[in-house]
Ligand binder design. Structure first.
Ligand code: PLP
Length: 368
């Protein structure tokens, strides 16, 4: 199928160039556009945008859009370092936390290295492993959803990805798990703490002292800035420097950096208050789901995983009422389940009603 030659244009040969192994088997991450006001599918902050960040966006000097932002977001690194309690050279930014994870795998994973993780976890990790020529090793969670530490260690992987609270199960790493994984893993250990603010717990401040640990964080969740794409990694200076090299320059744009700086300077109370609201709504949601016969997994994040008999039909039932959630089929140790982002109570109340009236629960006991 040769492309017709245009004046001066090279004639196409028809063949798509060879791809890196594994690329053809991957699906690009896409989301369906949602027109309803109730998108509970992506765990973003449904309680608003932090006010000082919003003001910084409105006040952004448009003329400066013709210039590059700072190459490594030095001011933002300094503010984030102060936020988590480390030095500025122990922080690297990224175009979302995704970019930090992707760059870290590229910086530390030699092609063919094995990256282990407890499945199910953040879907992008397996994807980024493959696109960086690593071998993903999914270690299934136990029946009921608990992390199987012994199996994870027995995988003897070169690198390990951990997520706490874990997406989509919502649980935090049990005490001692990180230490055991660090002892047993020769290469980089990544701890993804995208939901740290909801759990009220983070090990970011201690990451630089464990030379092989990179903690990945984001402003997409509790900070309510997902659209601006601001992620960061915390670790020992040499770890962070390697991630920055693999990442390349200019990953956080100037308006995003201005908004993030404003949020870190002035919106921390706003974030804490919205986190408090979300946690209150989450606990009420879990109670009412249990009362309706469901067995949601206990969550320390801003989402709840609800095992159901048939996730696809349950997702469709909710969608018919204008509510979009994430439907997972046959999750290891769990089975079919819906991951539902915590929203203001008026929205969750509708979700409870649809689940109670139209969706069949799958008790964990029935699946174990
Ligand atoms: C949302 C999320 C991220 C990062 O998202 P970005 O928008 O790219 O910052 C990272 N890890 C997990 C587990 C997430 O859920």
């Amino acid at each position: 199928m040769n492309a017709p030659a245009r004046d001066g244009a090279p004639r196409g040969t028809g063949a798509t160039p060879e791809r890196r192994a594994g690329i053809d088997g991957l699906r690009a991450y896409r989301t369906r556009p949602t027109t309803s006001g109730c998108d509970l599918s992506d765990n973003t902050n449904l309680f608003g945008v932090p006010p000082a960040a919003a003001q910084a966006l409105r006040a952004f000097d448009v003329a400066s859009a013709a210039r590059y932002p700072s190459a490594a977001n030095d001011a933002l690194c300094a503010a984030l370092a102060e936020y988590v309690g480390v030095r500025a050279d122990e922080v690297v930014t990224g175009c979302g936390g995704d970019d930090v994870l992707d760059s870290a795998l590229r910086a530390f994973g030699r092609p063919g290295a094995r990256l282990a993780f407890a499945a199910p976890t953040f879907v992008m990790v397996e994807h980024f492993a493959r696109t960086n020529a690593l071998i993903p090793v999914a270690v299934p969670r136990r029946a009921g959803g608990g992390l199987d530490l012994e199996a994870l260690l027995e995988a003897r992987a070169d690198m390990v990805y951990l997520c706490s609270p874990n997406n989509p199960t919502g649980d935090r790493l049990p005490t001692g798990t990180l230490e055991r994984v660090l002892e047993a893993t020769p290469g980089l250990v990544i701890l993804d703490e995208a939901y740290a603010e909801y759990a009220g717990a983070t090990v970011a401040a201690t990451a630089p002292s464990c030379g092989r640990l990179l903690v990945a964080r984001t402003m997409s969740k509790a900070f309510g800035l997902a659209g601006l794409r601001i992620g960061f990694g915390v670790g020992a200076a040499p770890v962070v420097a390697a991630v920055e090299k693999a990442r390349g320059p200019y990953k956080v744009g100037a308006p995003a950096e201005a908004a993030a700086l404003a949020a870190l300077a002035h919106d921390r109370e706003w974030v804490a208050a919205r986190v408090g609201e979300a946690v209150g709504c989450r606990e009420r949601f879990v109670r009412e789901l249990v009362a309706a016969g469901f067995a949601p997994l206990p969550s320390e994040a801003n989402f709840v995983l609800v095992p159901v008999a048939d996730a696809r039909s349950a997702g469709t039932a909710l969608r018919a009422r204008g509510i979009v959630v994430r439907a997972f089929e046959a999750l290891p140790g769990i089975g079919d389940a819906l991951r539902i982002t915590v929203a203001p109570w008026s929205v969750l109340e509708r979700v409870v009603a649809v689940l109670r009236d139209d969706v069949v629960p799958a008790t964990l006991a029935g699946r174990a």
